[in-house]
Design a protein around this ligand. Structure first.
Ligand code: M6R
Length: 607
């Protein structure tokens, strides 16, 4: 999982590429590199480190200039992070940046070695420029050499390719994301849209096996058989400012604070309060009355949204929902069939496991509906239907606003389904709409208490392990709270259903273990109180989160944080916010790299 960018036009490419590359760092940040074409020469700089280190490396280097170029930020798969494994990779005069994995690279490398090719890195990518050079030497022109090479590759790729001899930039894609930004007489390529938003809002979303050739201010797209094809240019309504920090110290903090607005944006146009309906006009949903079963499948935080979606559908509509982690779903024998709906949830729409799950569902005849944030993403394009969360670009690696907008959208989908199946009447829908409309304000009251959560973070930042407990719809919420803490602060946190604690994790409890309990005053209240007693009896350090101002366990807690009340299915949208801020503040106080935590990448486009 890496980020790639490319530029060809009349302007100086180095700053354009570095700027765009910085916006892709969330995809990988262990090494970076740039290649610049200048009057028939390509100069390359590569470093182990971040894009800022690359910027320092090239600043003042007169050779690293040019009006066409490629750049890359890496998340290592094959070969340790190092200068020699950093992209771009070169063979003779051909230079390549790559995001994806070439599965048959060892076999290809052996063949090339026998032909005298010498390799300088441990990467899978390096075979690509060598294969192209090999075909050029066999007599094919540049474009045909690229196409012949693509036919030899097994695996996934988004590629940017340039050559010294000719001022031409080639892009190609298979199972890894790649967009082309279109401006006056100039073209950009990038792994995603936000990287280019301050340059253009016109984009072409390449499909698998497309090969795009940018030459002399013109763009031509071919399929893998060399036949010319057309792809539409889309205008997107995200702006460059949306992908900036806007005065916040970190993207994560900015994105947490954006939640009231983006949740409202996700509701707008879909809720028709007077009519008592929820509509997805942008989406041609199949006849829901014919759907025999609903599945929800995703990874990471988006999987937690699935678990909460299940509770929403089951608690309000009494419709069973089967949930699964995409990487498990794709490798078992998921008994998904025709006339069943497979809902795939993904912020990026590029998570390899989730895309594979969608493909598996399609193969088995299910209707695939994706809930996605990223416009033009693979999942959005290839599912039978897509409902977009309107979270705007999410840059922080830890997902926050994407998650709460997913929950808002799932709630709307649940209401829509309830109406279609005559399980909810207009009055009930209206009442639920009234509740969700209050959510942005309720989240705002928590955000206003960010300093209190920072104080709590100061109290707890030195602990090495945390146990998070919750029940019912709030078990996935505490899972998400624990995931946030792990991701950004590197502190170990484990989430457990509160009632399950006595079956094992109770052995961990002593005064050195903070136990974070989410205990609303709902149907789970009394049972959770008993679980809290079990913690207190063993001197556990209780940090209580509740919407019940008279919570009977509050006097026994070391600290209590009160959250606003709402109806059961909407509780997680509110109660996750203090967990996000708690994790953020701990990480910030510990001085970790909040937006780009070690070892992580924003979208996991490899298995
Ligand atoms: O883009 P997706 O929603 O498909 O991503 C899924 C997970 O990789 C993602 O939620 C991950 O767990 C985040 N780092 C969570 O903060």
């Amino acid at each position: 999982m890496c980020g790639i960018v490319g530029y060809t036009g009349k302007k100086e490419a180095s700053n354009i590429l570095i700027d765009a590359l910085k916006k892709l760092e969330y995809r990988g940040y262990d090494s970076a590199g740039i290649a610049l074409w200048n009057n028939g020469k390509i100069n390359i700089a590569r470093i182990k480190g971040k894009v800022n280190d690359l910027k320092k490396e090239i600043t003042g280097n007169g050779n690293l200039k040019g009006s066409m170029g490629l750049a890359h930020t890496r998340w290592a798969t094959h070969g340790v992070p190092s200068e020699r494994n950093a992209h771009p990779h070169r063979a003779a005069d051909v230079v390549v940046v790559h995001n994806g994995i070439i599965e048959n690279y060892l076999e290809l490398k052996e063949k090339l070695k026998k032909k005298g090719h010498r390799f300088l890195s441990d990467t899978d990518t390096e075979v690509i420029p060598h294969l192209i050079v090999n075909h050029i030497r066999e007599g094919l022109n540049f474009i045909d050499s690229v196409i012949a090479t693509l036919k030899e590759l097994k695996g996934s790729y988004a590629l940017g390719i340039i050559r010294e001899k000719k001022r031409v930039m080639i892009a190609a894609k298979k199972e890894s994301p790649l967009v082309i930004g279109v401006a006056d007489g100039e073209y950009f390529i990038a792994s995603d849209i936000p990287a280019l938003l301050d340059k253009t809002n016109r984009f072409i979303f390449l499909e698998d096996d497309d090969v795009a050739v940018m030459q002399d201010g013109k763009l031509s797209i071919f399929n893998i058989d060399g036949k010319k094809i057309e792809r539409p240019v889309h205008t997107v309504h995200w702006t460059g400012a949306m992908a900036e920090k806007g005065g916040y110290k970190h993207f994560m903090l900015k994105e947490i604070f954006e939640q009231p607005r983006v949740i409202s944006d996700t509701l707008i146009g879909r809720i028709k309060e007077e009519k008592g309906v929820v509509e997805f006009e942008e989406l041609k949903l199949p006849d829901i009355t014919k759907m025999k079963k609903i599945w929800m499948v995703a990874c990471g935080t988006s999987y937690h949204a699935c678990l909460i979606g299940k509770h929403m559908f089951e608690s309000i509509l009494s419709i069973p929902v089967e949930t699964d982690i995409a990487s498990e779903f794709r490798y078992r024998n998921p008994l998904v069939r025709k006339d069943e709906m497979l809902i795939l949830i993904s912020q990026s729409g590029e998570t390899a496991d989730t895309i594979a799950a969608m493909k598996e569902g399609k193969k088995r005849g299910a209707y695939t509906l994706s809930i996605c944030n990223a416009l033009g993403s693979t999942l959005a394009r290839e599912s039978d239907g897509t409902a977009f969360t309107h979270a705007g670009p999410e840059i922080g690696v830890a997902s926050t606003k994407a998650f709460t907008t997913q929950l808002a959208l799932l709630f709307l989908l649940m209401l829509h389904t309830g109406k279609k199946l005559n399980l909810l009447n207009s009055d009930e829908i209206r009442k639920n709409i009234g509740e969700i409309k209050k959510i942005p304000h309720k989240i705002q009251t928590i955000l206003d208490m960010s300093p209190t959560l920072e104080d709590l973070a100061r109290t707890y930042m030195k602990f090495k392990n945390f146990l998070y407990l919750g029940r019912g719809i709030n078990y996935p919420t505490v899972k998400e709270g624990a995931l946030k803490l792990k991701e950004v602060s590197y502190i170990h946190a484990e989430a457990y259903p509160a009632g399950e604690m006595k079956h094992g994790p109770i052995a961990l409890i002593d005064e050195h273990l903070p136990v974070v309990v989410l205990s609303p005053g709902d149907q789970t209240y009394k049972k959770t109180c008993s679980n809290i007693e079990e913690v207190i009896t063993r001197q556990g350090n209780l940090l209580l989160f509740t919407d019940n101002p008279d919570h009977e366990m509050a006097p026994k807690a070391k600290n209590t944080f009160f959250i606003p009340e709402t109806i059961y299915p909407l509780q997680p949208i509110i109660s996750v916010a203090p967990f996000q801020l708690f994790a953020y503040h701990i990480a910030n106080l510990l001085g970790t790299d909040v937006d780009q935590p070690r070892n992580l990448a924003k979208s996991v486009t490899v298995e």
